[in-house]
Design a protein around this ligand. Structure first.
Ligand SMILES: Cc1ncc(COP(=O)(O)O)c(C=O)c1O
Length: 387
């Protein structure tokens, strides 16, 4: 029997990091000590009060059965309280909040509820690849909105052709942004909501990095703070980066009731919710002392200073983040992002070519600060040899 993958899988773009992964594995097998700044996965542990809440809940048989598809009411209430506390956004936990198995799950499943074959989905380029993949899995067509350095890595809404806007069903926005680390300035979400209401487009805002911001930067806003957003927007939140919980797989989506309930319908049919002990742990984070998150921001900021200031002093063209834990370095002229990351790898530092997030990432490699300070200092030392 010949086993054939479905076209939606066959036609996925090639895995962009295959070559780097192979070279990385090879170097490690030879005993080379690489400084791996390739992956956005916090190296610090989940705060102790969250782990303790999980341990207690896991031991309680009341949490051992199938959870609710859309999340425990207590978890949704906790997420709503967090959003009120953090953004001043008031939500009805019964109708405007749905639990997610990490925000990636919700981002991938959202188009199943709203995108028809042939619909256009506006995706940032560069951008988190799941926006386009989820679109394609639902038969939709991604239209890539370029994010350029000279426009603050914001999409130019006026440059979206009228026929594309007419066919567009969903627009993804993501600030703080991966991979560019850009923040949305005041007014950006107003423009997005106005554009969306004018063209009947759903706005899906990815706030995975909402709590990771530094120094003078204002805490990122929720799009739901903007008048009119309740008519057209859904926002995806994650505990992964806020509380060092990438492994726990928990997040939530909030916003327009019809959008939240459409996503909930998909989930009812494809998964059986988040383990309740994980939801209880997440509640301990969301309702707990947010000083742990402030502490985390301070740590990342110290790391960003070591990495970015060190590389700038060595003559690199570095974009120092005001949010998220990503730093972009511009490639030297005439060198592609992939070739440049291979060069960095030869020097003993793993970076991600920003083209892994779309063709619009050409010109940059991405480094994370998910590594201890001494490792970041070592990365600076190694990369300085390239100048
Ligand atoms: C922009 C962005 N959105 C969403 C996610 C998904 O995070 P999670 O599924 O852990 O909530 C990531 C993960 O790296 C991300 O970079």
């Amino acid at each position: 029997m010949k086993i054939e993958l479905a076209s939606r899988i066959r036609e996925l773009p090639p895995y962009p990091f295959a070559r780097i992964d192979a070279l990385k594995a090879d170097a490690r097998a030879r005993g080379v000590d690489l400084v791996d700044l390739g992956i956005g996965d916090p190296d610090l542990p989940t705060p102790a009060h969250i782990v303790a809440a999980a341990a207690k809940a896991a031991a309680d048989p009341r949490h051992h059965q199938y959870p609710s598809y859309v999340g425990m009411m207590a978890y949704r209430e906790s997420a709503a309280r967090f959003c009120q506390r953090r953004f001043g956004v008031k939500l009805d936990p019964a109708r405007e909040v749905v639990a997610l198995i990490g925000s990636k799950e919700g981002i991938a499943h959202f188009p199943v509820a709203f995108v028809e074959p042939g619909d256009v989905v506006l995706c940032p380029d560069p951008g988190y690849p799941v926006y386009a993949t989820g679109t394609r899995f639902s038969g939709g067509e991604p239209y890539f909105m370029p994010l350029r350095r000279d426009s603050g890595f914001l999409p130019d809404l006026k440059a979206i052709p009228a026929d594309v806007a007419r066919r567009a069903k969903v627009m993804w926005v993501n600030y703080p942004n991966n991979p560019t680390a850009a923040l949305a300035p005041k007014g950006f979400y107003e423009d997005v909501v106005e554009f969306a209401l004018k063209h009947d487009i759903i706005v899906a805002s990815d706030m995975a990095y909402s709590e990771i911001y530094y120094g003078g930067a204002e805490p990122p806003k929720s799009i739901l703070e903007i008048p009119g957003a309740r008519e057209c927007a859904i926002e995806f939140h994650s505990l992964s980066k806020t509380f060092n919980m990438t492994g726990w797989r928990v997040g939530f989506a909030i916003g327009n009731e019809a959008l939240v309930s459409g996503l909930g319908k998909v989930k009812t049919n494809v998964d059986s919710g988040v383990f309740e002990a994980v939801q209880v742990a997440a509640m301990a984070g969301l309702d707990g002392d947010l000083g742990v998150v402030a502490e985390l921001r301070r740590e990342y900021e110290g790391r960003v200073n070591i990495l970015c200031d060190g590389l700038s002093a060595a003559g690199f063209d570095v974009i120092k983040p005001r949010a998220s834990f990503y730093c972009l370095i511009a490639n030297p002229k005439g060198v592609s992002s992939l070739d440049y990351s291979l060069k960095l790898l030869e020097a003993g530092v793993v970076a991600t070519p920003a083209t892994g997030f779309g063709a619009g990432g050409e010109g940059f490699v991405r480094l994370t600060v998910c590594a201890p300070r001494d490792r970041l200092a070592l990365a600076v030392e190694r990369l300085t040899t390239l100048r």
